[in-house]
Design a protein around this ligand. Structure first.
Ligand code: MG
Ligand code: ZN
Length: 355
């Protein structure tokens, strides 16, 4: 114990002693607040420049409603610059791994994910993405494969896991008959919105294709899917875990297309608002919003808030190493203040769930 700790303990001890001397004051140890539900929203490639640009271009963002904010270091085990597989695996398993790995450690052995832990503990679980659900970010929450390109193998990892709700694209990678007949999933395909009964588990494919359309064509699909997922999963009194990904913010960055990036971010921001609205009403839900990494080395060079215009340039067509913001609201949100490693996000979620 160092001097600062001794001093702290002494001060706390004296404070407790003296407060006990006053008959009117009762000292009650404050219990750490724990959520029943966690909604983790990942804006793939959503750095601070992306958020700043989209805020100007959209005249503000719901993200700005959060008051608890931190910063996340994103590097992977084998590269300062992470890819989305290692980035999502850090969030899902609490371990840094090599770029391209889906739910595996550096030894290529599977690691249990926060979603799998939630399932084992009797919670309901869900995944929503605006890309194939076998893609690196959603895939790393249920899949365990050596390479992110192994979409069919990642899809096969989904079977029998008990995941309650999934929405996205990637239907051709899945054995739909097996999901329906062997695992009793209700499979819906189309734009929706759908009403989901509380009795069966649901998979909602946006279309029959692997590829999703951009936000302008999707309309409010991500918002609808997020609202549907929350209302379905919240039937479980034991709680739920839901991951929602704004997948194509990253693709706009890779394309060095500011408008594509910003429209995907604004679309994702609406899902954030839906999660926040539920959490405010519910009181037992922690909402976490972050990114796996920044994409494109976006730099904002000039702009006009009045005209909602940004003059930006991209430094690359790849990811960058800059820290990304993390926002939190609800029970346990205060744990997400300060600067942390991406792996810490898993550890904090695990602690808060009590797994
Ligand atoms: Mg992704
Ligand atoms: Zn990317």
């Amino acid at each position: 114990m160092n001097f600062i700790n001794r001093y702290l303990y002494l001060t706390i001890g004296l404070t407790l002693l003296f407060s006990n001397c006053r008959p009117a004051t009762k000292v009650v140890a404050e219990k750490p607040k724990k959520p029943l539900n966690i909604i983790l929203l990942i804006g793939d490639g959503m750095g601070l420049a992306q958020i700043s640009a989209a805020s100007v271009m959209n005249g503000g963002l719901f993200l700005e409603l959060f008051s608890i904010i931190g910063l996340v270091k994103t590097s992977s085990a084998d590269d300062y610059i992470t890819d989305s597989a290692a980035g999502a695996t850090a969030y899902s398993t609490g371990e840094k791994t090599y770029n391209g790995a889906i739910g595996l450690g550096v030894d290529s052995m599977p690691r249990i994910t926060i979603l799998e832990m939630a399932e084992k503990n009797g919670l309901s679980t869900g995944l929503i993405s605006t890309c194939s659900v076998t893609h690196a970010t959603p895939g790393s929450f249920f899949g365990h494969q050596k390479n992110r390109e192994m979409h069919k193998e990642i899809a096969a990892d989904f079977y029998g896991k008990g995941i309650d709700f999934m929405a996205g694209t990637g239907k051709p990678y899945f054995d739909v008959d097996k999901l329906k007949n062997q695992y009793n999933y209700n499979i819906l395909t189309g734009k929706g919105p759908y009403k989901f009964d509380a009795l069966s588990q649901h998979i909602w494919f946006y279309n029959d294709s692997i590829h999703p359309p951009k936000a302008a064509e999707r309309g409010p699909w991500l918002l609808d899917a997020t609202n549907a997922g929350i209302s379905y999963l919240s039937n479980n009194k034991k709680g739920f875990f839901l991951m929602v990904e704004g997948s194509q913010i990253d693709w706009g960055g890779h394309d060095n297309d500011l408008n594509y990036m910003a429209s995907e971010l604004v679309d994702f921001d609406k899902a954030v608002k839906a999660a926040l609205d539920f959490a405010k009403k519910d009181g037992n839900t922690l909402v976490i919003v972050t990114a796996d990494h920044e994409t494109g080395g976006l730099s904002l060079n000039a702009g006009s808030i009045a005209d909602k215009k940004i003059d930006a340039s991209f430094a690359s067509k790849h990811h960058s190493g800059i820290m990304v913001p993390i926002y939190a609201y609800g029970p346990g949100a205060e744990l997400f203040q300060g600067t942390m490693e991406n792996t810490d996000v898993f550890k904090k979620m695990k602690t808060l769930y009590g797994f």
